[in-house]
Each structure stands twice: as C-alpha cells, then as structure tokens.
Ligand binder design. Structure first.
Ligand code: ZN
Length: 470
C-alpha cells in the first residue's frame, strides 16, 4: 500500500458516486497503466497526472452496446468504424459488438481477417467482432481468429433485399443445428436473430403488400399485429431453443424487444424450468419508441413500443439479461421511398449515441436504478461475451473503463448533434433528462463534456474466449 501511495497515477476520478457491483458508494478511483489500482475513501488518493472532478456525477463501469452495425466493410457510405465509434463514445459507450451483414460478410477465415484489418486503426473505443454463422465448417476458424461470438440470421427480409442480405439467412434448420454443434464445440455463444421467414412473408403479402397497404402506417400496423418481426420470430425461437438444448450451445437471443409476449414466456421457461444456458437482449426502442415518434420518423425506425409493459417486466424479472440500443443506420436517400412502401426499403434505426441517455432518463423516471444500468449494460454483457471480470465492473484489477454521467443534464436529440454518417436520428426531437459526460476507455478519456477527445485506433479488439484460451 505504501508503494502504491507513492506511485503517480495516470488518472484520478474524485468526488463522484461510484457504482461498484454492490451499489453506489462515495469513493475515489485511481487508474494506472489502463487498469483500476485504487478505490479509496474520498481525498486519500496519491497524486495523478490527470484528475477528473466527478462531484455531483455518477461513475458507472464502462457501458456496453452489444448490437451495432457499423457497416464496414461494404456500406461505409452510411457508417464506418470511425463514425460509428465516435457516435458510441459521445453516447457513453466504452465497448461495442459489431454485427455481420457486411459485404463481404465475415463468415470465413479470409473475410473475417479482411474485416479485422479494415476496422483496425479506426475505433475510438474497444470492440468485439461477431463471426458470421453461415457455414458450419468455418466456425472453428472464426473462433480461433478472435470472433467474440457467432451471429446467425435465421431470417430473410420479406422481399429478400438488404439489410439482412439473403445469402446470410440460415433458414434451413439442419444447417442451423450444425452451426450450433460447431459453436458449442468452439466454446462460444451463438447469437440468433430468429424468424420463420416463409410464415412472415406469406401473411405480410396476403394482408398488406398484395392489398396495396404498404405505407409506413400500414407497416407499423403489420408490425404490431405480429406479422413483420412477430409471431414468426417466436416460432423460430421455439425451434432454436430446442436445438440449442440438444446441442448444448449457449444461446443468446437477439431482438427480444420486437417479439410478441410469447417469446418472453419461452425464454423464462427455458431459463427457469429447464436450466438452459440462454440469455436475451432487449432493444431500448421496445421500451421508449412511442407510436407518435415512429410516425414522425417513418422509415427511419423499424419498430415502436407497442407492448412496452411486457418488455419492462422482462427487464425487471431477469428474462432479458441486457439492454441494447440497436444501431442499424441507413441514409435518408435509401429509406425515403419507405413513406409509400416501407416493405421495400432497408429497415433500421439509430441508437449508438442515443441509447444510454434514453436508459438514464428511464432511471430519472423511476423505472430502473443506476445499479440496474451497471448490471444490464456492463456486467451482464461482459460476462456473457467472456470479458468479465477484466471488463464489466469497477474493481481493483479491472480495466479503467468508466461512463461518468450527469443525471440532471437535459438534451434534445437533433440530427445536427449526431456523429453517425447516416445523417439522421430516429429520436429526432426527443428530450432526455440525463447525459454521459465522460467516456473513459482503459484510463483514457475518449469523450469529455460532449467533445470527442479520443483518437482513431486507440480502441482495441476484444477477442472471444476461444481465442483467449492458451
Ligand atoms: Zn441488428
């Protein structure tokens, strides 16, 4: 302790309320060489090269966003790793996981390597790359080469157009089963966007597209009725849960927030009655996107919170393990035709920069506590994707990742404030009541008071557990 006292810290965070796993405490935090080395009573830290005064602020573990589409390689006109991680840093995110619907898609050793090389040198924050689950035979290579987990699109767009990329869709359950076997062997988690694409397509065409009912309003009705992103997803989940149980693959359920209530019941049953290794992520839009806001931004939001209370219950009772802000940007140019025909345009939403402020506002509204936020947005994802306890908590020996928040700072989202290259926000005009004010990655502030202070290339790739094993 004496030696530690004499050492000069790289960073001191003083005067704040620090959210350790047990809850909020008044402590000062010292960081050296990227890691937490001191958690002490206020006023007792050794000297530091840089001190952040966090009086009146809350110091959370670095918050994660495990569902982003930063569009690289292939669609960098609407986002890339620099613009995407800039948006995330401004939004208080220290770690993100990037999805696989790229061109080329990272489903083989070569295309995964190409993606790794292309994004290296661009990220402001730490990131994990999903390996694309398409060929059972390439899963072991992707795992060895550092994939954080394997993502499967058990779906296709209703008109088989972007954003899912038809060839990425694994709609043959035999192949899905073989991918599960391979992912279980590799020791990774398999994350699945479930669906029953033929069911979805048939009924959506029958009752909407073939009837000429294709406007944004028609689309949102179709969505709430459970055709688009609906009951077919629950049916897909049912099959997948059973095959995951047979193959013993750890299953991570994507898009719980767009599925009808039946999905929540199935996951609850799998976890509690069957003891299955399954986790699920909840889109913040399923909790916060009002119909009025969805009508306002039209084709630039693909969902609205038509059953928010069911989803809140799942967040509070542990059916959903983590929150995500789904960031799937497209340009206005690509989506403008959606006002007339929303079944023919790429579907997406923005959320890299807006996610955490929305969640923090829910704390102010009494829906959650900051202890919940630390669990849902840091500890749970770090655990599930094999990075805990290095990440996901504030403790001696963990990385110096922090999201420092001001629970009284109000902001209204406008496109001018957004770093996403897509040029818009699905949350245009929405007011939030709290904001992240520092994003700190391994001891280095990459965002301070709404200004980017990080540099491209500082962010490191977090490798999956299969690549970390000796
Ligand atoms: Zn997505």
């Amino acid at each position: 302790m004496e030696a530690a006292k004499q050492a000069i810290l790289d960073l001191a965070i003083v005067g704040g309320t620090v959210h350790v796993p047990a809850g909020p405490v008044q402590l000062d935090v010292g960081v050296k060489d990227g890691g937490v080395v001191a958690l002490v009573s206020p006023g007792t830290l050794p000297p530091a090269l840089r001190t952040i005064d966090a009086k009146g602020l809350d110091v959370l573990p670095g918050l994660w966003h495990v569902h982003v589409h930063f569009r690289e390689p292939g669609h960098t006109y609407k986002e890339d790793f620099l613009s995407g991680t800039t948006a995330a840093a401004l939004g208080g995110i220290t770690c993100c996981l990037d999805m696989t619907n790229n061109d080329p898609h990272p489903t083989t050793r070569d295309t995964f390597a190409l993606k790794r090389e292309q994004v290296a040198g661009k990220a402001l924050i730490d990131y994990g790359l999903y390996g694309g689950g398409l060929y059972p035979k390439t899963v072991a290579d992707l795992a060895k080469d550092g994939a954080i987990a394997i993502k499967v699109f058990n779906t296709r767009h209703v008109k088989e157009v972007y954003p899912y990329i038809s060839e990425l869709g694994v709609v043959d359950h035999g192949i899905l089963y073989e991918i599960f076997e391979a992912v279980a062997d590799a020791g990774l988690v398999c994350s699945v966007h479930h669906d029953d694409s033929e069911w979805c397509k048939r009924l959506t065409f029958r009752d909407y597209i073939d009837q000429g009912k294709t406007t944004v309003g028609d689309y949102f009705d179709c969505y709430a009725k459970g055709y688009m992103y609906g009951h077919g997803m629950v049916a897909g989940l049912a099959a997948s849960l059973y095959y995951a149980r047979l193959t013993k693959v750890p299953l991570h359920v994507l898009h719980l927030g767009v599925m009808p209530a039946g999905a929540n019941e199935m996951i609850r049953h799998a976890k509690r009655a069957l003891g299955q290794d399954v986790t699920a992520e909840m889109e913040s839009a399923a909790l916060f996107m009002t119909r009025a806001q969805a009508d306002k931004v039209g084709p630039n939001a693909y969902l609205w919170a038509y059953d928010a209370e069911t989803h809140w219950q799942s967040v509070l009772d542990g059916t959903a393990d983590m929150l995500v802000g789904e960031h799937a940007p497209h340009t206005f140019e690509e989506t403008k035709a959606g006002w007339q025909d929303n079944f023919s345009v790429p579907l997406g939403i923005t959320g890299a920069q807006e996610f955490i402020p929305l969640v923090l506002s829910a704390v102010n509204a009494g829906r959650l506590t900051l202890t919940d936020v630390a669990r849902l947005c840091a500890e749970a994802p770090a655990r599930r994707f094999g990075q805990y306890p290095k990440k996901g908590r504030i403790a001696i020996g963990s990385d110096g990742d922090f999201t420092i928040v001001n629970m009284r700072q109000r902001t209204t989202f406008t496109r001018e404030k957004m770093a996403t290259r897509s040029g818009h926000t699905s949350w245009e005009g929405v007011e939030v009541t709290a904001m992240p004010v520092y994003t700190i990655v391994r001891g280095k502030p990459v965002m301070e008071m709404g200004k980017v202070t990080g540099t491209a290339g500082y962010g490191q790739m977090m490798r999956g557990v299969a690549a970390l094993r000796p």
